[in-house]
Ligand binder design. Structure first.
Ligand SMILES: Nc1ncnc2c1ncn2[C@@H]1O[C@H](COP(=O)(O)OP(=O)(O)OP(=O)(O)O)[C@@H](O)[C@H]1O
Length: 248
């Protein structure tokens, strides 16, 4: 694949809800094997950015282009949006991702046998395929949702706050998994946890009504100020710790 050609290209996009823009004049190119951390204050438009990439929201102005042709995009939604009482097994959740971007008749003839088990092995959840999702811990459910997001072997994986509700151990494991996946797919990682993500992402986008792209993973207070990205960086010991400013 030509790494000079973006997989996805957001061009001068303005988008929002009910005619009111949330994001204005956004530009972003996503290249093969990019790993972009998306940060910004609550309500700044991070999830809206992912919806416009996924084609769920249509821009008021501008366009989202896929210069190298149509691509598969995997999506890990915020876990808080998942109804855990829904009676569905781990395997059913993972396989529900298989047909979502294919024609129904194609999916009927696609060999799915063993795919869920293979992904569960890869993510350290072997033997969990027949469990109901209500019987999983937050970290286990995140892994299952990640398996669903990558079941189509996407070129681009978008994760919306995957570190919410997970403990520190799983968080470290998740980042290792993402580093491994990044060898075969581009990743867009939305997170409040700027201190931690800045050590694994390659570049950063600050989203706060518009988007400022920072072509490295090093962020200082000064850079955040220039980008008008109201996030405080506070250092605790070795790991930079972060606190988001409240809505004004
Ligand atoms: N379906 C919707 N209808 C109307 N307004 C919405 C809808 N979804 C989001 N919004 C509004 O759009 C703005 C941006 O929301 P979005 O979820 O993109 O922000 P975010 O940066 O992801 O926030 P957070 O960090 O809290 O997840 C917010 O003001 C939100 O209230």
């Amino acid at each position: 694949m030509d790494s000079k050609q973006p997989l996805a290209s957001i061009k001068n996009v303005s988008v929002g809800y009910g005619g009111t823009p949330v994001l204005t004049d956004v530009n972003l190119d996503i290249y093969p094997l990019d790993f972009i951390g998306v940060i910004g204050p609550n309500g700044g438009g991070k999830t809206t950015l992912s919806k416009v990439l996924l084609g769920i929201l249509k821009p008021y102005r501008g366009r989202v282009l896929f210069p190298s042709g149509r691509i598969n995009i995997g999506y890990l939604p915020q876990i808080s949006r998942i109804d855990r009482s829904f009676p569905i097994t781990v395997k059913e959740v993972i396989l529900s991702g298989v047909s979502s971007r294919r024609n129904w008749w194609k999916s009927l003839f696609t060999k799915t046998e063993g795919i869920a088990e293979k992904l569960l092995d890869e993510l350290g959840l072997e033997g969990y395929e027949d469990r109901a999702i209500g019987q999983l811990s937050g970290g286990q459910l995140q892994r299952v949702l990640l398996a669903r997001a990558i079941v189509n072997n996407p070129q681009l994986l978008i994760l919306d706050e995957p570190n919410t509700f997970v403990d520190r151990n799983f968080e470290a494991e998740l980042y290792k998994i993402l580093e491994r996946l990044n060898k075969r797919m581009s990743i867009v990682l939305i997170s409040h946890d700027i201190g931690t993500i800045s050590s694994i992402v390659k570049t950063i986008a600050c989203v706060n009504g518009t988007l400022h792209y920072h072509p490295s993973n090093e962020l200082t207070e000064e850079v955040l100020h220039i980008y008008n990205c109201p996030i405080d960086l506070i250092t605790h010991g070795e790991l930079p710790h972060r606190v988001l400013k409240q809505h004004s």
